[in-house]
Design a protein around this ligand. Structure first.
Ligand code: 5RP
Length: 246
């Protein structure tokens, strides 16, 4: 381990998490017919490593990116999320995981659809590497992504400044000029917190009351059943009815 650089150690941790998650999927959720699939590099790695688990299931992708990844692996059973009500199992990554298992998600800009799948799923499993898990009682490290109706973006930014929880910044694209446009045709404002937030659900509810805000990247712990945290050597499994460290 000593001669590995930091990014290789993180990659190894992700692999450990995905290996564990794949075994766990077969052991516990072999009968899951409808599976919601989140977005991001960790989820892609899990799907790639655990491809066979995803065959012959109805897959509900949370983004164009995930859909394209599924199809690239020959997993052609994806359906439009609008046509699905009950999801047996939801699998995703996250950007920040607190000790109370409140999550911040949305670096990939897919959090509206991700949450739309998570809320209608029976079991929600998140797979992350150890850099995402703070173990603290609050969220603070990652800015809160907020999906905003484009026509109201100026108003939302002003209101977010007035609320005073953080500094809002319109997310700009890299492969095009102008703001990032989500898969839903909206803008994303990143709200960098000025101080730790111990009650993320309450902050989420406050933000949702601002006209023009459609969704936030706060996933409170009630949307979280299990978190697999990849460590450089092994995994830590957190959540409801989990057995601690492996
Ligand atoms: C996308 C997300 C991702 O799940 C989150 O950003 C984690 O991504 P990665 O596994 O690449 O670190 O919320 O909207």
């Amino acid at each position: 381990m000593l001669d590995m650089d930091a990014s290789s150690i993180i990659e190894q941790a992700k692999l450990n998490a995905c290996d564990y998650a794949c075994r766990h999927l077969y052991e516990k959720y072999g009968d899951a017919l409808v599976v919601g699939v989140g977005t991001g590099s960790t989820v892609k790695l899990l799907i790639t490593k655990c491809r066979d688990f995803f065959t012959e299931r109805i897959l509900v992708p949370s983004s164009h990116d995930t859909l394209l990844h599924l199809v690239s692996l020959g997993l052609n059973t994806a359906v439009d999320p609008a046509g699905v009500d009950d999801i047996d199992l939801y699998i995703d990554g996250a950007d920040e995981v607190s000790g109370k298992l409140d999550l911040v998600k949305g670096r990939g800009g897919a959090f509206l659809r991700e949450k739309s799948l998570a809320v209608r799923s029976r079991v929600r499993m998140y797979v992350v590497d150890y850099t995402k898990y703070t173990g603290l009682n609050h969220i603070y490290v990652k800015p809160i992504p907020i999906e905003v109706v484009p026509v109201s973006v100026k108003y939302v930014i002003r209101k977010l400044q007035e609320l005073g929880y953080g500094e809002p910044l319109l997310r700009m694209g890299t492969g095009k000029d102008g703001p990032v446009v989500s898969d839903n045709g909206n803008f994303i404002v990143d709200y960098r917190l000025l101080k730790p937030v111990e009650d993320p659900l309450s902050l989420h509810n406050t933000l949702k009351l601002v006209h023009g805000v459609i969704e936030t990247g706060i996933f409170p712990s009630n949307l979280v059943d299990i978190v697999v945290v990849g460590e450089p050597a092994g995994v830590r499994v957190l959540g409801k009815n989990t057995g601690g460290r492996e």
